[in-house]
Ligand binder design. Structure first.
Ligand SMILES: [Zn+2]
Length: 520
């Protein structure tokens, strides 16, 4: 990370055929945490999210609900997708919809550019199409159906039958980019991460790439192909372009060159679109490829991938209504190794809330501030007489600041939080050993009491700065109680331990109150 540099990060744009579940919120939180972290490192960080609104699946859902596809999309965006961002405290810089004019017009410019440059041709296509995936399936992507679909070939992701479609299509000459893609993966090992995802992408491309059908003429809910308005653009080709149309491609060159290329955070099920098709499209247009494509794992509930169709979908508000948005963010970012699959359970969430957030961090903050109020009338002691124990806390502040920043640069969010938590644990141990309540009983120990409370307050401020991207609400409250200058979100996270303190503390309500209700 370097101050002033641009850090453009994206979530996938989410399909508006249904309402969000915690898997969507998980992706949003991860991207938001990274954006907040880089912003606090002094970078020009820019977080994009949005919605994918074209395609046959939206058209069918809208028709089934008796509205136009645009009306359907408007309804879902306003009642479900934008509220999701509030629910889990996302600080996005932009929200793009693929029905925005800025997207449609500039996506057409991109397409025309590829057509003029000879990367697109007319052909015939016959294949098995999964409406759920909005893509043609290779025979190897299909499995034997079960239950009511026994004897049929079904999509391995949706477990639903595929349709045999035959159409005149426009094709993107993706096959001509296989060698350049393999060279990209070779030359820049960080381009696709984590390593398992990278290996899978490489072996997929090594089998050879087919050209990609990029238009549909059997329905009309999409962006019109600019040179043939009897066709609409294939929904994935359309959707991927959001990452550049939102960044100013085609209409704001200054903005585009400042932001692009981006870091893309995606679920591993859509990795191929982002790590194969998308860079090939950009190569064809003569644009830089993304900085990095990171495929995170799936959330599992009872061993199954979370999705509405599997009936395990949990609304994010079911969690935040009880535990709050900070706890949602902390739990999923801490408990699951970013990049791996992870299991969600109410029991684990409750246990971590109580032991790590309420007892570990929240109680530490409350105790230290209460002691400064009680023993020093709220005035933060100033001292220079430190022992080895005090210096050890200082050393830990510096060490975890560096370790967390290094982990974030690898997108190892869980490791960054674990590093910071070493300071939470050490501070708790320090308070227990130093016993400031004992020192307070004897005026002869006054200097020692001052040094201990000073050290503890310094440590708390460092925690507020380091944890602000993870648990922003709690850290804003803590920062204000510590009398910190300005906003905690304006403090440099890469030098968290240098924070400028105030002179007084003010009382702090419990950051993570006890939860009495039974959940789940
Ligand atoms: Zn499917």
């Amino acid at each position: 990370m370097s101050a002033g540099a641009s850090f453009y990060i994206t979530t996938p744009i989410f399909y508006v055929n249904d309402v969000p579940h915690i898997g969507h919120a998980y992706t949003e939180v991860a991207a938001d945490l990274l954006a907040r972290w880089h912003r606090q490192a002094g970078e020009d960080a820019w977080l994009l999210t949005g919605t994918d609104e074209h395609g046959q699946k939206i058209l069918r859902t809208a028709t089934a609900n008796g509205v136009t596809p645009k009306e359907w999309a408007d309804r879902l965006v306003e009642t479900a997708w934008k509220p999701l961002l509030k629910t889990v405290d996302i600080k996005n810089d932009d929200f793009i919809r693929t029905t925005d004019e800025r997207h449609e017009v500039n996506a057409q410019k991109f397409l025309q550019h590829l057509y003029d440059a000879g990367h697109i041709y007319t052909g015939e296509y016959e294949g098995f199409y999964c409406v759920g995936c909005e893509e043609y399936k290779q025979p190897s992507d299909l499995i034997e159906g079960t239950g009511e679909f026994i004897g049929q070939q079904v999509c391995a992701i949706h477990s639903l039958p595929v349709e045999l479609l035959h159409e005149k299509n426009y094709f993107f000459r993706m096959s001509t980019f296989a060698e350049r893609l393999l060279a990209l993966y070779e030359d820049d090992p960080d381009f696709v991460q984590p390593a398992a995802a990278r290996n899978e992408v490489i072996s997929f491309v090594k089998q050879g790439l087919s050209d990609l059908s990029i238009s549909r003429s059997s329905f009309d809910w999409g962006i019109k192909v600019p040179w043939d308005d009897s066709h609409v653009v294939y929904v994935w080709f359309d959707a991927l372009l959001n990452y550049i149309t939102a960044a100013g491609y085609g209409q704001d060159d200054e903005k585009f060159s400042r932001l692009w290329p981006a870091t893309h955070i995606v679920g591993k099920d859509i990795l191929r679109f982002h790590a194969v098709i998308w860079p090939a499209m950009l190569m064809a247009a003569g644009l830089p490829v993304p900085r990095r494509v990171f495929g995170h794992g799936w959330l599992l509930v009872g061993g199954e991938k979370m999705s509405k169709s599997k009936l395990t979908g949990i609304a994010p508000s079911q969690i935040t209504d009880t535990f709050g948005s900070d706890a949602f963010r902390y739990y999923f970012m801490r408990a699951i190794s970013f990049g791996q699959d992870g299991s969600f359970s109410w029991e684990d969430l409750s246990a971590r809330y109580q032991s790590e957030l309420a007892n570990g961090f929240g109680n530490l903050a409350s105790r230290v501030i209460a002691m400064v109020v009680r023993y020093c009338d709220g005035e933060i002691p100033v001292t220079t007489a430190f022992t080895d124990a005090d210096a050890a806390i200082r050393a830990t502040e510096i060490r975890v600041t560096d370790a967390a920043g290094e982990a974030i640069s690898r997108l190892a969010i869980h490791e960054a939080i674990a590093s910071v938590w070493e300071l939470v644990d050490e501070l708790n141990g320090y308070i227990t050993i130093q016993e400031p309540w004992g020192l307070a009983k004897d005026p002869a120990d006054r200097d020692r009491l001052d040094a201990v409370l000073f050290t503890a307050v310094r440590g708390l401020g460092t925690l507020a700065v380091l944890l602000s991207p993870v648990v922003p609400e709690a850290c804003a409250k803590l920062w204000s109680a510590l009398g910190g200058e300005g906003l905690v979100t304006d403090q440099r996270i890469d030098r968290a331990w240098e924070w400028t303190g105030g002179t007084h503390v003010s009382p702090l309500e419990a950051l993570f109150p006890r939860i009495e209700a039974t959940v789940g």
